[in-house]
Design a protein around this ligand. Structure first.
Ligand code: ADP
Ligand code: TRP
Length: 325
């Protein structure tokens, strides 16, 4: 059976971009494939330096995923740090990773080019990601465009190891999400935590309305006809609306006489209703912390069973002794 794996960093609360770009895809893929999804808390250590915050964000991320429909019966959901084998595999892979390969990677390069101090964790971030993927013999890795470079590094490193020690690792492929899933933020740029233009998934009504009302629009007067295809607000509306609702709003844009306030109100109502059931599930789950911890423990156990076998294969191939017990 094809194995699907992906990880998401708990570096903030999830937003519409994360859901429509990534999380929705995880959920769709869990039905027919063997799926592994994890909260990348080891990676997040390169960003979040407050221990209580990291713990809270990691649990929040797990609660969000399950509330949104990630089904622990189908997919193994776990914390990256609950499978310590990944750290050992990272070391084995580092010994075959050329420095030049990592120097080209954008997270590190961007930071250095801004004159900011970068640590070895950030520099070797792509090797930990390669270990995440290779540890479970993953075939398919659904990711956003920005992660494609890391998948290339993963394949390169796997190939180097295989050339040196025999066919140890499966070569994974990235599954890049559809372009239509590039969700714009409240300012029209790509929605991202780093741009401060996000709308979080589980906002209460009041802050949700406030965020939506603050979405940037142009200064076309109410009476004038408007082009929906050039409007950020309409792009966001399309994420939630049925085909009929989309064409009805598009017609109102083109006819003139509609203010952006009306379109914002329509978006608010759809977005509120769209996540209502998930919000309710999340509240229930959050009230019973034992359940999410059980889900994560069970997911880690399932992941570890596979991870241990693959690590053992890698250890043996490169001349370390097999694990005892
Ligand atoms: P952020 O940019 O907010 O820090 P991450 O880099 O943690 O988000 O992204 C986690 C996942 O969500 C990735 O798979 C990424 O491709 C996807 N994603 C993030 N923002 C968007 C967006 N605006 N549109 C589509 N997908 C997105
Ligand atoms: N680097 C990814 C991101 O920022 C998260 C991640 C870590 C990941 N390990 C992974 C994604 C393994 C896919 C597979 O989005």
């Amino acid at each position: 059976m094809t194995k699907v794996l992906s990880g998401i960093q708990p570096t903030g609360r999830f937003h519409w971009g994360n859901y429509f770009g990534a999380i929705r895809q995880y959920i769709a893929l869990q039905q027919n494939e063997q799926a592994f999804y994890f909260i990348a808390d080891l990676h997040a250590l390169t960003t979040i330096r407050d221990p209580a915050e990291l713990r809270q964000l990691s649990v929040d991320a797990a609660l969000d995923l399950v509330a949104l429909g990630l089904d622990p019966q189908h997919a193994a959901l776990f914390l990256q740090s609950d499978v310590p084998e990944v750290a050992e595999l990272t070391w084995l892979l580092m010994t075959v990773t050329p420095m030049g390969l990592l120097e080209k990677c954008h997270a590190y390069k961007d930071k250095v080019s801004k004159g900011l101090p970068a640590d070895a964790g950030l520099f070797t971030y792509p090797v930990l990601m390669a270990a995440d993927i290779l540890l479970y013999d993953s075939d398919i890795v659904p990711v956003g465009q920005d992660q494609v470079q890391h998948l290339e590094v993963t394949r390169d490193v796997a190939q180097k190891f295989n050339n040196m020690y025999g066919e140890v690792f499966v070569l994974p492929s990235a599954r890049v999400l559809d372009d239509t899933a590039k969700v714009p933020g409240t300012d029209g740029e790509k929605m991202s935590k780093s741009y401060g233009n996000t709308i979080d998934l589980f906002l209460a009504e009041k802050p949700l309305r406030k965020k939506i009302m603050a979405i940037k629009t142009d200064s076309t007067p109410v009476e004038a006809p408007k082009d929906p295809e050039k409007c950020n607000l309409y792009t966001l509306y399309k994420l939630f609306a049925s085909a009929e609702q989309q064409s009805a709003l598009a017609a109102r844009y083109r006819a003139g006489g509609m203010g952006y306030g009306d379109a914002k109100q329509a978006l608010f109502e759809l977005a509120r209703d769209y996540f209502a059931a998930a919000r309710e599930r999340r509240e229930k789950l959050a009230a019973d912390p034992a359940t999410i911890h059980d889900i994560l423990r069970d997911g880690a156990q399932r992941a570890r069973t596979i991870g241990k076998a693959v690590l053992d294969r890698a250890r043996h191939a490169c001349g370390l002794s097999r694990r005892h017990g």
